[in-house]
Design a protein around this ligand. Structure first.
Ligand code: ATP
Ligand code: MG
Length: 390
């Protein structure tokens, strides 16, 4: 529970704070723009204030605004707060009122921070006098105890020259960097558990994602496609001000051709086809890299050797944010970010992998059996792609 009459949400950010003033200004501007878009998307009325110390949302709907803001990449935490005059007595009164409303037993602590050293009292004064005011406000009902290490209730006070904020909650955000503060990336999305998580992790570091889904023809199907689109729709909730309509690339003919003409190395050439498709689309949208959901050794096509062979298809960097994670860890992450449900929609499709897939690929050996026109096919497929409305 937040202080009664809370009318502002404090936003804390992480990595942007260590940037030079110019970069920080750019990043906070981006963050504010993204939070505004999230508020509009969720139908929450609020006014963003850029602030130098931290951005704020002025709103009557502090809970809904804080929830929307904690979907913004770059936000580490959000606190609904009550803004009062930065005077010791006023802050004490606000703490006492807050305690009367939210403190119902157990231990407490007051954490005060003072951004402006010109105030005539210190943060220790606020903690001591504020603690006493809280004590007096509740002592009739129960015996309050102070626990500075792990209190049941933490009362925060942030002091500025012109205003003081009192808060009791910190809603956790995703951290990372504001979306749009890094170059866009093309993300290969299959709709399985892994690739949406990989795309999310890249968005979390500031890169807008251009999703690409390759239609595998008889090895894919409508359910397979619907699953991929559903995961992108989930991801797009974090980025209402970005165009996340996926490119649907017709790959069925080429995949069928690879199945007919190749055996062991087939899956590597399928991956290489995907990468060449992604590279062509990256050119078109001026993306700086390609993101996949591959994890080292998770599948035969993802052995260290095989990743070396598939990666050679493109001059762009292939980013694999999940490289070092176990399936269990990735699955847990998918649940946290809300793509797991969609990823597990059954997508009954034909088996593409051969019985004995290559695990120790070498570029020379693969080149000898791979169709010579694989890249031309990928370029043609990418050029025939359509954007799918979400
Ligand atoms: P996922 O769990 O993301 O489906 P996976 O572990 O099943 O991945 P693969 O099927 O080997 O792995 O695919 C490896 C990566 O290639 C995927 O993470 C994804 O980035 C990409 N990919 C696979 N299939 C497609 C597809 N039909 N369209 C676009 N990208 C794909
Ligand atoms: Mg996988």
């Amino acid at each position: 529970m937040h202080p009664p009459d809370a009318d502002v949400v404090l936003l804390r950010y992480g990595d942007a704070s260590v940037k030079s003033p110019t970069v920080k200004r750019f990043m906070l501007g981006q963050l504010v723009e993204n939070v505004e878009a999230l508020l509009a998307d969720r139908g929450v009325a609020g006014e963003l204030e850029r602030g130098w110390h931290r951005p704020l949302i002025h709103t009557d709907a502090v809970d809904a605004a804080a929830r929307a803001a904690t979907d913004a990449f770059g936000v580490v935490s959000a606190s609904p707060a009550l803004a009062v005059a930065p005077e010791l007595e006023t802050v004490e009164t606000a703490l006492a009122r807050t305690a009367a409303a939210v403190y119902d037993g157990g231990s407490f602590a007051v954490d005060a921070s003072r951004a402006d050293k010109r105030l005539p009292f210190t943060s220790e004064d606020v903690e001591r006098e504020g603690g006493r005011a809280i004590w007096e406000a509740v002592a009739d009902g129960f015996e309050p105890t102070v626990d500075l290490e792990a209190p049941d209730h933490r009362f925060g006070v942030e002091l500025r020259e012109e205003v003081a904020y009192v808060f009791t909650e910190r809603l956790e955000g995703p951290g990372g960097l504001p979306l749009g503060s890094q170059a866009p990336m093309v993300a290969l999305i299959s709709g399985g558990i892994d690739s949406p998580v990989a795309a999310y992790e890249t968005m979390r570091r500031g890169s807008p994602i251009v999703p690409v889904y390759v239609d595998l023809g008889e090895y894919g199907g409508v359910d397979h496609e619907a699953r991929a689109m559903a995961t992108v729709r989930s991801l797009s909730r974090y980025a209402p001000n970005y165009d996340m309509r996926p490119y649907r690339v017709p790959g069925g003919e080429t995949v069928g051709h690879l199945v007919e003409t190749m055996e062991g190395g087939r899956m590597l050439s399928v991956r290489r086809f995907f990468l060449a498709v992604a590279e062509r689309i990256a050119e078109e949208v001026d993306a700086a890299g390609i993101v996949t959901g591959e994890a080292l050794g998770q599948k035969s096509s993802q052995t260290g050797r095989n990743l070396a062979v598939t990666g050679r298809m493109t001059a762009l960097p292939v980013h694999r944010p999940l490289l070092n994670y176990d399936k269990g860890e990735i699955t847990e992450r998918a649940r946290e970010i809300g793509t797991f449900e969609e990823s597990t929609i059954p997508a009954g499709c034909n088996r593409l992998a051969p019985d004995r897939p290559e695990t120790n690929g070498r570029i020379e050996a693969l080149s000898a059996v791979e169709p010579d026109d694989l890249r031309e096919r990928a370029v043609a497929a990418a050029e025939a792609a359509e954007r799918v409305e979400l």
